[in-house]
Design a protein around this ligand. Structure first.
Ligand code: FAD
Length: 566
């Protein structure tokens, strides 16, 4: 009669779980009288963040190998490149998000997700402190700690205001889904307000002045989307005020889209001029009040312009929790958390950081290079033989592919640059090593390679790379002679992270997009817009969001955008 009831072992397990016991640590347990041997407990991997880097890591990780826990204040992944489209209802917010639980349920092994914000990383005690953002728990504070063996920090970045007064209070940002939804409502509010009776023309104009601060890809794309929305949809719905609408892009530099090829920058500036979008370059915003934006320019001095809605998009800054971590690991002086080429946070053994929240540190490269030179110079004479120098450079190139690339582009692969002595002759037996020159060359590499762009592409590739390292970690430990391992003692087990640039798009409105593809191949126009549609549809994380996004685009083609203020 008791045959279908829970076995004693299951009751024991249930008790252990309900009393907070760590079942995973049990070496063996009894099931129907048979002892089942258990392996050693799985290592605990804690992932902070469910953005591009965190999600890519999770999707590629073999979760059966680890006890995986994920902490993020949002329980979904958002496809950020389509956020500007959400601001005008070209696609709906829900079409570009995928619940993180949908993603992890397809994985082998259990992945635990905690919807909470990490407010402190404690590398000394290998734990992170978190706070639930969905109300407090029964204890009243909603705080808890999560312990880890490996920590993967993928917290992204925050919008950077450069401490400009009034920005936080009066401007919109475009970073999260909620930001895009707020902008969408705010645009409609501006139009409805401008239509109210008893308003002077001046007040209507002020309400319909949309200002975008920052001429980078996000600001430009938003301005283009807004222009399309106004000209294709709102002009028909608000005929009385349509001629009062003004869109301004304010940029501190000399041009917009400076990270793109000059041809794209020129095309974008010309197109915006034709569309009537007012691009103000060389203007630096110094203050924002609830009525006006104040900016300075070397020739005009300080000017204030009234506005209805402002979007601040001038780049990214470090989150407070990351600043705190930087202090903990001895990186207090840095602007962004530094990692080595294997994405491990400098000053830690088991904390990895990827995506917008970290950058690969050139200082570490330089330290490594100095160490390699030191080891090679066995008799401490400051001179190396040609053979030794070649070995040193081979070693550096294996560790730092960008150095190899640099040497190749400078046509220094024959090392003649380093092999010449002070008289200009090549000394085959013993030469004075030009370490300083070589360091200068590396510093040059630093400026080109170090600061990888803060893009989804980099974050996703880093997530995938790190997951592959984690998947092979055990195999490497068991079979140190394995083919993927760099064998000699003292070296790292995995090849360093190598970024593959796949190109970038700049949608400019009016069904025209500019693309800068690998090999500096430039493509601009309507056909590139179709390439953009195909790439962005294919890059969606699930078939569900792919269908939703494509159906939103189709709906917009047929019916236009929805202008309700909800
Ligand atoms: P994010 O994707 O920002 O993820 C950070 C994660 O950390 C989030 O899940 C967040 O909720 C979580 N988090 C934050 N604080 C905490 C905390 N305290 N505790 C726990 N979790 C936390 N890149 C491109 O390559 N192409 C594009 O076209 C493009 N367009 C863009 C358009 C817009 C409007 C924006 C804003 C960005 C765009 N980017 C684009 C850049 C790209 O989105 C970022 O580079 C990318 O999101 C970085 O990924 P990440 O995982 O580092 O950070």
């Amino acid at each position: 009669a008791l045959g279908r009831g829970p076995s004693i072992s299951k009751l024991v397990v249930l008790f252990a779980v309900s009393s907070g016991g760590l079942v995973a640590y049990a070496d063996s347990r009894l099931d129907n009288g048979v002892e089942i041997p258990q392996g050693p407990p799985k290592k605990k991997v804690v992932v902070l963040g469910t953005g591009w880097a965190g999600t890519s890591f999770l999707k590629n990780l073999d979760t059966s190998l680890y006890d995986v826990q994920v902490v993020s204040p949002r329980n979904y992944f958002a496809f950020t490149p389509l956020l500007p489209s959400v601001t005008c209802g070209t696609v709906e917010a829900r079409s570009i998000v995928e619940p993180i639980r949908n993603i992890v349920k397809k994985k082998d092994g259990q992945v635990k997700f905690w919807e909470a914000e990490c407010f402190k990383i404690d590398p000394a005690n290998k734990k992170v402190l978190c706070r639930s953002n969905i109300g407090t728990n029964l204890d009243g504070n909603g705080e808890f700690a999560v312990e880890y063996d490996y920590l993967v920090v993928a917290l992204g970045a925050k919008s950077n205001t450069f401490n400009t007064p009034g920005v936080e209070e009066n401007c919109h940002f475009l970073k999260e889904i909620e930001d895009a939804q707020k902008i969408r409502r705010s645009v409609m509010d501006c139009f409805e307000r401008a239509c109210l009776p008893n308003l002077s023309d001046e007040e209507r104009e002020k309400n319909l002045h949309f200002v975008v601060v920052g001429g980078g890809p996000t600001g430009v794309e938003f301005a283009a989307e807004l222009h399309d929305y106004v000209s294709e949809d709102l002009a028909k719905l608000y005929p009385n005020v349509k001629d009062l609408v003004k869109i301004s892009v304010i940029e501190a530099g000399e041009h917009i889209l400076t990270m793109f090829d000059k041809r794209i920058t020129k095309f974008a500036e010309d197109k915006f001029q034709r569309d009537g979008i007012n691009v103000k370059t060389n203007f630096k915003v110094v203050k924002v009040s609830n009525k006006a934006i104040t900016m300075t320019n070397p020739s005009t001095g300080e000017v204030s312009v009234p506005y209805g809605m402002a979007v601040w998009s001038t780049g990214i800054g470090t989150r407070p929790v990351m600043m705190d971590l930087m202090k903990e690991v001895g990186q207090a002086g840095r602007r962004v958390l530094g990692t080595d080429e294997w994405l491990r946070v400098l000053g830690t053994n088991n904390v990895y950081a990827l995506g917008d929240c970290a950058t690969i540190s050139q200082r570490k490269v330089m330290e490594d290079v100095s160490a390699i030179f030191k080891v090679a110079d066995k008799d401490n004479s400051g001179t190396l033989t040609v053979k030794e120098i070649k070995e040193v450079l081979d070693d550096i190139c294996v560790r730092y592919p960008q150095v190899e690339l640099y040497l190749k582009t400078k046509q220094m692969t024959d090392f003649s640059y380093l092999l010449k002595d002070s008289t200009g002759n090549v000394n085959e037996d013993s030469i004075e090593l030009n370490i300083e020159e070589f360091k200068k060359a590396l510093a040059n590499v630093d400026s080109q390679v170090k600061n990888l762009p803060a893009t989804a592409q980099v974050a996703a590739q880093q997530g995938e790379y790190l997951a592959r390292c984690f998947n092979r970690m055990k195999q490497c430990e068991e079979k140190p002679e394995g083919p993927r391992r760099i064998r000699e003692p003292g070296r790292h087990r995995f090849r360093p992270f190598r970024y593959r640039h796949l190109g970038q798009f700049a949608p400019l409105g009016g069904e025209q997009t500019a693309a800068q593809l690998p090999g500096d191949w430039i493509s601009i126009g309507h056909s590139t817009q179709w390439l953009w549609y195909s790439v962005y549809a294919s890059k969606q994380v699930s078939w569900r969001t792919r269908m939703l996004v494509v159906s939103d685009w189709t709906r917009r083609f047929i019916f236009g955008r929805d202008s309700s203020c909800i």
